[in-house]
Every structure is written in structure tokens, then in C-alpha cells.
Ligand binder design. Structure first.
Ligand code: GLN
Length: 380
């Protein structure tokens, strides 16, 4: 068969590669972003309950009303926005599906999409599969702040979307209210969509405020917000998230979603709808992860790695320039095989494979495992 690949330059995602390598070599896996601690037993019991009480057939295409209502209540509480749960919220197969369905619904041939690199690795393939053109703008280490002058230079009359991600994976940077003002200014009077990836909304530290686009009326009118239950409730394997967008945009996203995944795991939706009724279950997550960040920093600060600032997410970047001049892909493999700690090389987050000798650690692990990993990292 002669296959004309739609994604000729795409291989297997680095997260799958590094997690497999970690398993093959028995390394501590600080690569792919997932917790090694368990889902709250209350939530597990709720799932069990809904399976046993026969909530096992198709959910409505957009998600069960109870869960969409619970999400709307949560967004009102957190960001002061009144959402129409019927028309503006759609349950998806994780945030990755939310992002993919949104891009597929809104981007057509030749549309330009601005992304900030390092960028999460699903954005560019989703743009390319839809014949859009990714326009990367570089964020520079160590602060990874957005250069808005460059954004202004990059916007053309073909720009259809800007993908915004705060707290930012992989850098752990967060966008400020000044960034929001710039974004409002640049998009005002245009037809540019904002795809706001906010899966780490609760993982923001040192008292900073999460700058959700949901806080800003004018921005929200052109926005699509991708969110994740997997990241929030330590259940990345459940593959459940949601997308929020004004009704006219949601209508288009739903047209793709219904023929992509159709609808999402029903018992999980019932369980999550009940579980969301207690805000403390998500309001304390920043303290929980901040103490892990601090423990990890403290445990590896005497190593030869140079740590970069982490204001949000459960990722921490580190430069190994004082340790090796190997490229970061080789260094990440070496770390996994020889040091016993698997990490992610940051060149995987750039379209041109930029290598600044920086790797990413995931600190969503038990304190015990973090200390074990830190002991190995200090040996390097
Ligand atoms: N978001 C996770 C990370 O950055 C990985 C998700 C995935 O493996 N697709 O590590």
C-alpha cells in the first residue's frame, strides 16, 4: 500500500517512549506527567456505586447534565462566570481530545495558529492534520515570558488561533494579568480564537492567581478552554476532561466530538458530578503540590543540576549544562538507564528540536519516591 502520511515527521510521543524506557530499566519514572499516588477512595467508591447501580450505557453526546451543571457551579465559584451548562460545556476524552476536537472544528487549510514553544506536543500534529500552519514563538529560558512584540509581528490576516497554556507545561511558568491585557489588545476586533489549555489550573504556587480566560468577558467570547479531571483528581488513566466555549463555538466543536469519541465513560461522569460538590477537594491542591515542589527542590538543590523557577504545574525544569554536553535526548536516555531516574528532554517540545540542555522532572510523586529519586539525582 502506498500511504501518503498526514504526519510524516511525527513519531511516538516522548511520554510513551520515556515511560516504556523507565519500565524496561526499572527506573523511577519522573518523565510522563502522572501521580504515583492513588485516587481518593471516596471517588473510587462513587465510581463503584455507579457501575453497580447500572449507569453503564451511553452517556449523552455532550456529557451528563449533572456533571455539566457541577462544572458550571465550579467555574462560577472560581472565576465568577455564569456558564450555560447545556450549551457551553462538553465532556471530552481528556483535554487532549478537547484540544484536538477544537482545532479540527475551527482550523482549515492555510489557517495560521500561533503557539508558544516549548509547547505541549499534541498541538502541532493537531494543527497539521487539519492542514493548518503552526507559527511557533519562542519563550526564552529561564523565565519563559512571552515576547508580545514578537506576537504582534507574527499575527497576520491568516492568524486564526492563538494557543495559550497557563500554568505552562513543560516550563512551570504562569501568565500574568499583563499577559492577559496584551492578549486582549492583540485579539480585539479580530476573528482570532484563543485555545486556552488550563489543565493545571489548580497547580499554581506562592499565592499566585490562575489567569483563566474565563475571568474576562471579552476574551471568553473568542475562547475555547480545555480542562482535565485526570490532572486534578490524580486519575490520568481515566481519560476524562471537558471543553468550555461560547455556544456558537461549542456547537462546532460538538460536531467533531460526536464523531470522534461520541460520548464519554458514563459511570465516571456520575461519580465526578457528586465528587465536585465539595470544593475543598480541589481548592487545597495547590498547597499539596507546592509542598512536593519544595521538598523536591530542597532534596536536589545540592546536585549539579541547575533548577529553573517553577510557579505552577507539577513539572520542574533543570539544566544539565554543568554535567554533560550530550544532546538532551541522549542525556534523558542516559539518566533513565544509568542514573535510574527517567526524565523528559525538552527538545521534544520544539518544532525545530531546540536543545538547551534542559530536562523536565515530574514531582507528582509520593514524598518517599521523590526522596529516593533525589538521592540518585545527587549522585550524577
Ligand atoms: N501531560 C502529560 C505530560 O506532559 C502527558 C500526557 C501524555 O502522555 N499524553 O507529561
Amino acid at each position: 500500500m502506498n500511504i501518503k502520511s498526514k504526519l510524516p515527521d511525527v513519531g511516538t510521543t516522548i511520554f510513551t517512549i520515556m515511560s516504556k524506557m523507565a519500565a524496561d530499566h526499572g527506573a523511577i519514572n519522573l518523565s510522563q506527567g502522572f501521580p504515583n499516588f492513588e485516587v481518593d477512595p471516596i471517588l473510587k467508591d462513587l465510581v463503584d456505586h455507579y457501575i453497580k447501580t447500572n449507569h453503564n450505557q451511553y452517556a449523552p453526546m455532550t456529557g451528563i447534565p449533572e456533571l455539566r451543571k457541577a462544572i458550571a457551579d465550579k467555574k462560577k465559584l472560581l472565576y465568577g462566570r455564569d456558564l450555560d451548562a447545556d450549551q457551553e460545556i462538553t465532556i471530552t476524552n481528556g483535554a487532549t481530545e478537547a484540544i484536538y476536537s477544537a482545532i479540527s472544528a475551527l482550523i482549515t487549510t492555510g489557517d495560521e495558529v500561533i503557539i508558544f514553544e516549548p509547547a505541549y506536543d499534541s498541538y502541532v500534529p493537531a494543527i497539521q492534520v487539519n492542514n493548518g500552519i503552526a507559527k511557533p514563538i519562542r519563550l526564552s529560558s529561564p523565565s519563559y515570558k512571552i515576547d508580545w512584540t514578537e506576537v504582534r509581528r507574527t499575527v497576520t490576516d491568516r492568524t486564526r488561533m492563538i494557543i495559550f497554556n497557563t500554568p505552562h507545561n513543560p516550563t512551570g511558568s504562569i501568565w500574568s494579568s499583563d499577559d492577559i491585557s496584551e492578549l486582549r489588545d492583540i485579539t480585539k476586533g479580530t476573528d482570532i480564537f484563543i485555545l486556552s489549555d488550563e489543565v493545571y489550573q489548580h497547580l499554581i504556587y506562592d499565592g499566585a492567581q490562575h489567569e483563566s480566560v474565563l475571568r474576562y468577558d471579552d476574551l471568553y467570547q473568542r475562547s475555547i478552554v480545555a480542562m482535565s479531571f485526570g490532572k486534578t483528581f490524580h486519575a490520568t488513566g481515566w481519560r476524562i476532561g471537558y471543553v468550555i466555549a461560547p455556544a456558537v463555538i461549542s456547537t462546532e466543536i460538538r460536531k467533531v466530538h460526536q464523531f470522534n469519541t461520541f460520548s464519554i465513560n458514563r459511570p465516571l461522569q456520575h461519580a465526578l458530578a457528586d465528587y465536585l460538590s465539595v470544593p475543598d477537594r480541589y481548592l487545597n491542591l495547590n498547597d499539596f503540590f507546592q509542598s512536593k515542589r519544595d521538598l523536591f527542590i530542597d532534596a536536589i538543590k545540592k546536585s549539579r543540576f541547575k533548577l529553573l523557577p517553577c510557579h505552577g504545574t507539577y513539572f520542574m525544569l533543570a539544566s544539565y549544562q554543568d554535567i554533560s554536553d550530550e544532546d538532551d535526548q541522549s542525556f534523558a536516555r542516559w539518566m533513565t538507564k544509568e542514573c535510574g531516574v527517567a526524565v523528559i528532554p525538552i527538545s521534544s517540545f520544539y518544532t525545530d528540536d531546540t536543545d538547551e540542555h534542559i530536562i523536565r522532572f515530574c514531582f507528582a510523586k509520593t514524598d518517599e519516591l521523590l526522596l529516593q529519586a533525589a538521592a540518585l539525582i545527587r549522585e550524577v
